[in-house]
Design a protein around this ligand. Structure first.
Ligand SMILES: Cc1ncc(COP(=O)(O)O)c(C=O)c1O
Length: 384
């Protein structure tokens, strides 16, 4: 186990990520490839390291949310294709060309603006056309009562754009009730319909993709790419959500801090800001070197949430502070300064999944993982 000298730290298991890639492949048609979604710093895991690992292991396309994230990957030496899933402001259009990036052609108006820029600069801009089949976010609308087929076709015809692909996005691929199953199936049908119409019009559609992680877990489809983010990291949005397939994913991220101080306080003693915890007896407490500025939700204060020390669950007591928090270690032998505290991960026979933190603050793992702040250094396991 990596033991850091930092006050708080994350360990990302690179072998787990490679294992998860193989597990994802088992769910795919043999011709379908993985476009690795590494936006938001690879959901807090470190986009450059994760992308480099994947690039070295056969992944040939990445997706990020913004041109800034794409530039970060290029500066880290990622040479393979990068699709920007979000909006790029006009002042940054030049980066698309200079860094050989693929832009989301997210509306006809936006595509025309890119085409104009490309014409003036005498360049071609690469992109994938986004079709909104029911997510209601980015993309040219193509739903039952609003099928803007001509707009989609027009983007393919813009002379200074190279439309190399077409894609859509599911909004409820994680829901398995009848209504939502039908909704996802219909999104898929609409996407297939657009592709078919384009092909009938003799347009080379390029590559196609629609499945995010839950799309992969719950649906079998035959597109050129799938776009998982979470699954690469070995987690789903919420372990409690039922899924149709059960691959053997390994969570890649563990989260740690140190015990900084141990003391015994007498019954009635107040702990932390606000005096919201009062010792009920003589209690041994450990101060832990992590707080809300590291991403620990302040809602964990006096909430019954635990961390692991010496393989034992220890409740967080009193308010979580900016850089520190206190836990009850009464009854645990030999706890001392420098001992490792596990917030997420395994310690002996006990394990805390990221889900426990997510549930505490009523959110999903995607969100909770992104909340671990940048001041927490990320360390990476050696490859086997
Ligand atoms: C357009 C798009 N595709 C793919 C993904 C990856 O989603 P997930 O991490 O659930 O696989 C996202 C993430 O939000 C997204 O916005």
């Amino acid at each position: 186990m990596l033991q850091s000298k930092s006050r708080a730290w994350v360990v990302v298991d690179r072998n787990a990520i490679l294992h998860n890639v193989e597990e994802i492949k088992k769910l795919l048609d043999e011709k379908t490839k993985i476009m690795a979604v590494v936006k938001a710093n690879a959901y807090g895991h470190g986009d450059c390291v994760v992308a480099k690992l994947l690039e070295n292991n056969g992944i040939d396309t990445f997706a990020v949310s913004s041109v800034d994230e794409a530039l970060t990957l290029r500066r880290a030496g990622i040479t393979k294709d990068i699709l920007i899933l979000g909006y790029t402001p006009e002042v940054h259009f030049h980066f698309l060309v200079e860094e050989n990036l693929i832009q989301n052609f997210l509306s006809l108006e936006y595509a025309k603006k890119l085409d104009e820029f490309a014409a003036m600069s005498d360049v071609l801009i690469r992109g994938h056309i986004k079709v909104d089949t029911g997510m209601g976010r980015l993309g040219i609308r193509y739903v039952d009562d609003d099928k803007n087929y001509d707009a989609i076709r027009s983007v393919y015809a813009l002379p200074h754009l190279r439309s190399e692909g077409i894609f859509s996005h599911f909004s409820v691929a994680d829901e398995l009730d009848e209504d939502n199953l039908a909704y996802t199936a219909h999104q898929s049908e609409l996407f297939d319909e657009v592709i078919l119409r384009l092909k009938e019009d003799k347009i080379d559609v390029g590559c196609t993709h629609i499945q995010n992680s839950y799309g992969v877990l719950n649906y079998k489809m035959k597109h050129d790419y799938v776009r998982p983010g979470l699954l690469l990291l070995g987690v789903t949005s919420d372990r409690a959500i039922p899924i149709r397939s059960h691959p053997d994913f390994i969570p890649a991220l563990s989260w740690y801090a140190n015990v900084s101080c141990v003391k015994t306080v007498h019954a009635g003693s107040n702990i932390s800001y606000g005096r919201h915890y009062k010792a009920t007896s003589d209690q041994k407490i450990a101060t832990v070197s992590i707080g809300y500025a590291d991403g620990v939700p302040r809602a964990a204060s006096n909430s019954g949430m635990h961390v692991l020390i010496h393989g034992v669950r220890c409740p967080i007591i009193g308010n979580v502070c900016m850089d520190q928090m206190m836990v009850d270690v009464s009854g645990i032998d030999n706890v001392c300064e420098g001992d490792r505290v596990t917030l997420v991960g395994k310690d002996q026979d006990e394990v805390i999944f990221i889900d426990e933190w997510s549930q505490l603050i009523h959110t999903i793992n995607n969100d909770m993982l992104c909340r671990i702040t940048n001041r927490v250094p990320r360390f990476y396991t050696v490859l086997k």
